[in-house]
Every structure is written in structure tokens, then in C-alpha cells.
Design a protein around this ligand. Structure first.
Ligand code: THU
Length: 134
């Protein structure tokens, strides 16, 4: 569970990150912020490309930034969009790699929380590295 301060800090970071979205094709700007177990925040925005499938969602930009800096333990992700849209299926699976126990906060561009849930709820009966164990 996030404290009110943590939630506010995370949503504020995602809102700020959304300012850097590069979305000239969809015009749908997304900001994401990830809270690590140690209290650090990593942010990301969606980055599109003229070769459309190459674009990357904000959540995965934030996740890959964090993981490539050595982070492995996460508590929560906040996502900010104009509509309060939830993380796409691919991002849910990418986040799941690092645990099922994430809090997920979805907010709109005013920073109003539209949904607060968990990754387990968003991705039930998920596939993970444990399924690969022999
Ligand atoms: N997008 C995200 O960044 N996160 C999501 O979870 C949903 C979709 C981006 C991808 C693309 O740049 C734009 O939003 C429209 O799909």
C-alpha cells in the first residue's frame, strides 16, 4: 500500500514525465513513474517512431531505465494520460517480470487518481519466470 504522500509524489512524477512524451502520430501522451523498494523514482514517457511498431510505451521506458540502472525491486507504478487509460497488456507483462505485487495508480492529466489497483488484478493467472523452472 502506498501512503498518501508516496501516491502524490509518484503521480506528480508521472505527470511531469508526460511533458516529455514524443507522440507525434497518436497525439496520446503518456507519463509513467515507478517507485523502487528503496524509495527511488524512475520516470518515462512514450516515445513513438515513424516506423510505428518501434514506439515504446511510457511504462516500459520507465521500467527499462530502472532495470538498466540495476534496480530489481519495485513497489508501484503510476501512469498519467488524458483519459485515465490503464497500462496496455504488453506493459503489464513487462512489469510482471519483476513481481506480481505492484500497486498500479492510474491518473488523469489533472493528477486525479482514476483507478488504484494491483498488477495481480490487471494480469490474473499470469505467466512468469517461475513457469520456466524445470
Ligand atoms: N501507450 C503508453 O505509453 N502506455 C500504455 O499503457 C498505452 C499506450 C502509448 C503508446 C503509443 O505511443 C500511444 O500511447 C498510443 O497508443
Amino acid at each position: 500500500m502506498l501512503s498518501p504522500e508516496e501516491r502524490q509524489r509518484l503521480v506528480a512524477a508521472a505527470r511531469e514525465a508526460r511533458e516529455c512524451a514524443y507522440a507525434p502520430y497518436s497525439h496520446y501522451a503518456v507519463g509513467a513513474a515507478i517507485l523502487t523498494a528503496s524509495g527511488k523514482i524512475y520516470t518515462g514517457a512514450n516515445v513513438e517512431n515513424a516506423v510505428y511498431p518501434l514506439g515504446l510505451c511510457a511504462e516500459r521506458v520507465a521500467l527499462f531505465k530502472a532495470v538498466s540502472e540495476g534496480e530489481r525491486a519495485f513497489r508501484a507504478v503510476a501512469v498519467v494520460t488524458s483519459s485515465g487509460g490503464t497500462p496496455c497488456g504488453a506493459c503489464r507483462q513487462a512489469l510482471r517480470e519483476f513481481g506480481a505485487d505492484w500497486d498500479v495508480v492510474v491518473a488523469d492529466e489533472q493528477g486525479e487518481v482514476r483507478l488504484e489497483t494491483t498488477l495481480t488484478v490487471l494480469l490474473p493467472a499470469s505467466f512468469s519466470r517461475e513457469d520456466l523452472a524445470d
